[in-house]
Design a protein around this ligand. Structure first.
Ligand code: ADP
Ligand code: MG
Length: 231
């Protein structure tokens, strides 16, 4: 096998995360995780509930900070950023997708995507082009004026995906994105992620329980009790 570590774009270097619960007992959510991941790939993190998937994604995306170790993404050691720098870095480089979609119920699909873009300094015309482009990309061209309750679960998640992509992030973090969807709809979402990675060259890191996702991803990383399982 070729040595891909040389071209890896995400380095997770001896990352551990220890939480203290209310009785001050230590919970080792991540134990010395060491990974080098290529960019431009669709990568899944699998493992039971409590295995550390969310903690690892959060440590990569700077929503959480490891107790030990470093994370370097596209030459930026993100674990060294101040909270303010991390916020700016996330805004510029990361899109997030969650299990519960997180759309604003009173806004249309169009407005949900547009709202995210308003945080950036784009002209009204450029924003409009982006919203249309990304709702089209996720297959919702004919649903732009629908509100979340008028859309199926799969369509709502597609709006959330368009919203996450509209800022043109290098990295998309998807934590159990199909947890609320039936298996056919889930596969449609995995297929969309696969297409986006191929066509747009961004990197998707996804936490999932779903064994069906294996057919769509470039790499599966299995976690157990906060450790990477090497099979
Ligand atoms: P997964 O996403 O695979 O279900 P998590 O990363 O959410 O796993 O959790 C890993 C472990 O860390 C679990 O034992 C969980 O209870 C614990 N944990 C996660 N977040 C916290 C927290 N904020 N405080 C204490 N323990 C936590
Ligand atoms: Mg989780």
């Amino acid at each position: 096998m070729e040595n891909k570590a040389a071209e890896a774009m995400i380095h997770i270097d001896h990352v551990s995360r220890v939480y203290r619960n209310r009785s001050q007992v230590e919970v080792h959510a991540l134990r010395d995780i060491d990974l080098a991941l290529n960019g431009g790939q669709f990568i899944s993190f699998k493992g039971r509930s409590g295995s550390g998937k969310t903690t690892l994604l959060n440590c990569i995306s700077t929503l959480d900070t490891p107790t030990d170790g470093q994370v370097t993404i596209f030459d930026e050691t993100v674990t060294r950023l101040s909270p303010e720098e991390a916020t700016a870095w996330r805004r510029d480089h990361v899109g997030f997708i969650f299990q519960t979609f997180g759309l604003i119920p009173t806004l249309s699909a169009y407005e949900n995507v547009d709202l995210m873009l308003r945080l950036n300094h784009l002209s009204t015309h450029a924003r409009h082009e982006r919203v249309v482009e990304y709702l089209d990309l996720v297959g919702l061209k004919t649903r732009v004026n629908h509100r979340p309750h008028e859309l199926s679960g799969g369509q709502q998640q597609r709006v959330a995906i368009a919203r996450a992509l509209a800022n043109q992030p290098k990295l998309l973090i998807a934590d159990e994105p199909t947890g609320e969807l039936d298996s056919t709809t889930a596969c449609d979402i995995f297929d969309l992620f696969k297409t986006i990675v191929r066509e747009r060259g961004l990197t998707i890191l996804m936490a999932t329980h779903d064994p069906l996702s294996d057919d769509y991803v470039d790499q599966v990383i299995k976690l157990k009790d906060g450790c990477v399982v090497h099979e």
